[in-house]
Design a protein around this ligand. Sequence first.
Ligand SMILES: NC(=O)c1ccc[n+]([C@@H]2O[C@H](COP(=O)([O-])OP(=O)(O)OC[C@H]3O[C@@H](n4cnc5c(N)ncnc54)[C@H](OP(=O)(O)O)[C@@H]3O)[C@@H](O)[C@H]2O)c1
Length: 237
Amino acid sequence: MNIDGATALVTGANRGIGRHFAGELLRRGAKVYATARRPESVDIPGAEVIRLDITDQASVDAAAAYATDVDVLINNAADTAGGNLVTGDLAAIRSTMDSNYYGTLAMIRAFAPILARNGGGAILNVLSAAAWNTVDGNTAYAAAKSAQWGLTNGVRRELEGQGTLVSALVPALVGTQTLLDFAQRHGIVFPEGAVGDPGDLVRRALDGLEADEIEILDPLAAEAKATLAGPPQAFAL
Ligand SMILES: NC(=O)c1ccc[n+]([C@@H]2O[C@H](COP(=O)([O-])OP(=O)(O)OC[C@H]3O[C@@H](n4cnc5c(N)ncnc54)[C@H](OP(=O)(O)O)[C@@H]3O)[C@@H](O)[C@H]2O)c1
C-alpha cells in the first residue's frame, strides 16, 4: 500500500494516537481527513477536518457521502473506559462495546464500497493487547477489543475479493494522556520501558501498512499473543 498520494481518513484524530496518525500520514504525502466528535478540537495544519461520531449512523453516513476519495481508513477512535464487567456501570460497558465493535463495523460497512471504487485500498483497525490479556479494572475494554479482533479477522476475509488490505495494529501500552490518567487512578506504576511512544507506534504502523502487513504488533503485544498457545492462567495482565 502506497501512502504517498493516498487519501486517508482517521477517526478520533483530535488527540492521542489518532492525532499522531493524522500528522504522520500528512508527512508521508497523504491527503488526510482528520475526524472527531468535536471538530473544533482538531488542530492539525494541512488536514481537512470532518465531524464524525462513529457510534452515530447518520454521522458515519454523512462522512462517507462526503469523503468519497478515501483509500486508507484508520479506525482508531474508541471509548477505552468501560470498567469491570460484573460490578461496572452497564451503560459504560455498552458504550465501550458500541465504539470499539459497532462503531468500527459501521465505518467499515460505510467505507468498504468507497475503498472498492478507489482500487481496494486499506483498512487499519487499532486493536490492543488487551484483546488477549485482560486487564483488571477494565475487563469491559478487554472484551470489546477481543470482539474487535474477531471483527478484523472476519472483515479481512470478506474484503479480500475487492483487494482491500485489512490490517490490525496491536499495541500494548502507549503513553497517551488516557493511559497515564488510567494508571494514576489505579495506582499503577509501569515497569521501565514498558510504555511506548505514540509517534514511534504510528511510524511502525504505517511502515507495516506500506509493507502490506496484516498484523502489526509491538513487543508486549507479541508476548500477549504468545500466551494464547499456553495455559489460560496466563491471560491476566
Ligand atoms: N494508549 C494505549 O495504551 C493504547 C494501547 C492499546 C490500544 N490503544 C487503542 O488506541 C486507540 C486510541 O487510543 P488513545 O490512547 O489515543 O485514546 P484517547 O487519547 O483516549 O483518544 C480516543 C479518541 O477516540 C475518540 N472517540 C471515542 N469515542 C468516539 C466516537 N464514538 N466517535 C468518534 N471518536 C470517538 C476520542 O474523541 P473525544 O476527544 O471526543 O473523546 C479520542 O479522539 C484506541 O482504539 C485504543 O483502544 C491504546
